[in-house]
Design a protein around this ligand. Sequence first.
Ligand code: FAD
Length: 401
Amino acid sequence: MEIAVIGAGAAGYFAAIAAAEKGAKVHIFEKTSKTLTKVMVSGGGRCNVTHDCESPAQLIKYYPRGGRSLKKPFSVFGPKETRAWFEQRGVPLKTEEDGRVFPKSDSSQSIIDCLEGEANRLGIILHKSMELLSIDPLNETEVVLHFKNNQAFSCRSLIIASGGSPQLRGYQFLEKLGLALHDPIASLFTFNVPSSDLKDLKGLSVSQGSVQVPGTKWRQEGPVLITHWGFSAPAIIKLSAWHALDFFKRSYQFPILINWTNLKEEELRQFLLSLREEGVRKRVFGNAQFGIPARLWQALMLKAEVGEAKVYSELSNKELNRMVRFIGACPFAVNGKTTFKEEFVTAGGVDLLEVDLKTFSLKKYPNIYLAGEVLNVDGVTGGFNFQHAWTSGFLAGSAAR
Ligand SMILES: Cc1cc2nc3c(=O)[nH]c(=O)nc-3n(C[C@H](O)[C@H](O)[C@H](O)COP(=O)(O)OP(=O)(O)OC[C@H]3O[C@@H](n4cnc5c(N)ncnc54)[C@H](O)[C@@H]3O)c2cc1C
């Protein structure tokens, strides 16, 4: 009997290839008529395959859910092994300044060609338009699969790599196995701020800002981008991932404070005071500070009610305080979210306690394995979600017999 893999995504292909390399006869069952669809659109069409990270201890810090449990798996198959895997199979990779790793071709097609080429070479059989509905784990050497078109398939081992799903419906066959599931919720999204008075400035950004939810410790640093619906860029998207559950509970309605600089309130105040005390006669309105783009600076000065003719040396204490507020803690009301087009994931899925993390097999059913986003693991943007798909796929596929 053979090994069946459910899902022709990143984790499914990786698991299938690892199993076939060990000599197993492998079948992939995919519910749609397409394969590797997320890989194709990933990273804006460039596929951010992994992240350049020195050690598993550093890597796990990028996973709002599941990271700590992945330290060991990452030490067996982490970013270094991922790079070697693709490069040995003819896909040269490059690392960008921020640590993200892409194919040198800047095209996700290179990754797809590699995975499909390996699957063909190893004789992996792909069954499209086969939606798994239920699983009968007969015993430790036989699992029977039932598909929507009334077909059934018997296999010795099963690897489930069916991805995340925005609805619990996508996890029904897992629920029937009695597995503990975390409700699926969105992660990696941008903030809608319908009442924002900065929407006309869409496209402007600061490279070193921060976003905070007042009254909490929820805060992230990084670039902040003004969009026509609110705000985006890494500071926002990281915050959305780390507090996906908190924001879900608040129905995506909460206040935020944006600091348009990388300075603390007191540092901002001291700098502005020094301009006043040094008697700087330049107009505040026309002389932006802290690397803030001129048009954004002017909008902030309007909010701070600093007149267009005012010079730095004549700023009143009240004006100075308002400047500090709108530069360092500019308030907005978030109301809703928008999917981040470059990358998004589902937080939630099967609880990691159900899984033996050496092999990614289920503790209840040792010949059933899970890999990829179907697990309750998700990372921030930067190649971390694929890394988890490669790691769990590789370990599950290598262990399946
Ligand atoms: C637009 C976008 C861009 C992204 N960019 C990046 C990036 O650059 N870097 C990064 O690290 N991550 C990125 N991600 C996240 C990453 O793509 C996912 O985390 C990863 O693809 C998960 O792989 P997977 O194989 O677990 O699931 P999936 O890729 O979702 O594959 C699951 C497959 O299983 C199939 N399936 C589901 N249910 C059944 C069933 N019942 N029967 C049979 N088949 C079934 C699905 O149709 C699907 O083909 C991006 C995500 C999106 C949406």
